[in-house]
Design a protein around this ligand. Sequence first.
Ligand code: HEM
Length: 432
Amino acid sequence: MTAATTVRSATVWAIRYGLPGFAIRAASRRGDLIARLTGDPVLRDDPFDAYDQLRAQGGLVTNNFISATATHQVASKVLRDNNFIASPGGAASEFLDRVLLAALDPSAIGPVDPPSLLTIHPPQHTRLRKLVAHAFTPRAIGALEGRIQAVADGLVDRLPTDGTPFDLVEDYAAQLPVTVIAEILGVPAAMHAEFLNWGNDAAATLDPALGYRRYRRADRALRELNAWFDQHLARLRRDPGDDLLSQLVHTVEDGDQLTDLELRTTASLLLGAGFETTVNLIGNGAQLLLAHPEQLDKLRADPTGWPGAVEEVLRYDSPVQITARIAGKATELADRPVPKGRGVVVMIGGANRDPDVFTDPHTFDVTRSNAREHLAFAAGIHYCLGAQLARLEGQVALRTLFERLPKLRAAGTPVRRETRVLRGFAELPVRG
Ligand code: HEM
């Protein structure tokens, strides 16, 4: 890296993670609940009491810097109201956002930098989403079911069934989504291990208090990934495969087409948004069902319950716990004024445990009739583009695992990941 690149990358880190991290740690020490929920490692394992406390303080809770909600009603409103916008740079102010965007190095544009769908607004968002959605129609996703089933079966074939312990995350939960996402992106099997590493690094960059060392690692990985994608996209232009990325390369709608930068950012968003989230869905689901055998018995008695069970896992142990928006203009929420530019943290994991919507919200119940009202895939214009795919992967992965390994049981203490925005397991020791 040149000195200029290092300065740019340090500037991006300082604005995006250094300053917020400092403010979050200082406010956490004072006991500020929003800061603690965003960055206190103690709450990573079990944030649910703290969500309840936040909700008890009202629909919208405000400290010196930021507002937050853990109620389903206010969370839905913020996500669906286009006056609340996804921040282009993720910085705390418009000025810092501008500095950050100017400092961003084009070769280090990542899944949460413009022109990523996650950080652009209408009309740009409408245009790009329409183009990308071509590759994610229910028909395109449905067509992947046979392949997902074959991948799950192939992975279970390799798991030990003689009582030898293994790590369910490394040997199963992580393998299925990486294979699926690699096939969507037309990535050769030889690159899977590399993709697993890139996916892990990308996931870490979602946390607002990311340390400099981890940031540098993620930044380096991102540059490698971008360079690899540039070559890969050039290959797909010359010689398209039947993968979804090849489709995107050649999609033309009313004479409009994705630019090279949009294609590369979308590819890295699909990897960043679609990989670790799905690993966490499968890991969280497996752990919950092992810990609640009576729920697993219900699914064994009635396998048509699997889709509902996956909705309950998404609600109860949401793989994405937090997102945020910025008020694009002065407005009101829960009868409280919200000034223009105010950041609002949406505690998805808290909204999904709101007793006003979900009876006995802290009970894991695979037959819950309204589990699908969860906000695990957000809502509004940024509603997860991969929701159908994630649901399908979750259902196939969990059903196949428990049907084919009927003696599966825990073999040690599960270890949660260090991330706070994403919630899942780093290790899940089991035996079959
Ligand atoms: C269980 C797995 C998943 C969960 C919980 C999840 C969750 C989410 C959430 C909460 C958002 C909105 C973030 C925000 O508004 O701030 C989102 C957006 C998105 N997700 Fe997912 N996701 C999952 C899997 C996937 C998969 C498999 C893909 C694709 C391969 C994917 C692609 C996307 C994309 C492209 C967006 C941006 C949409 C936009 O801004 O218009 N996700 N996801």
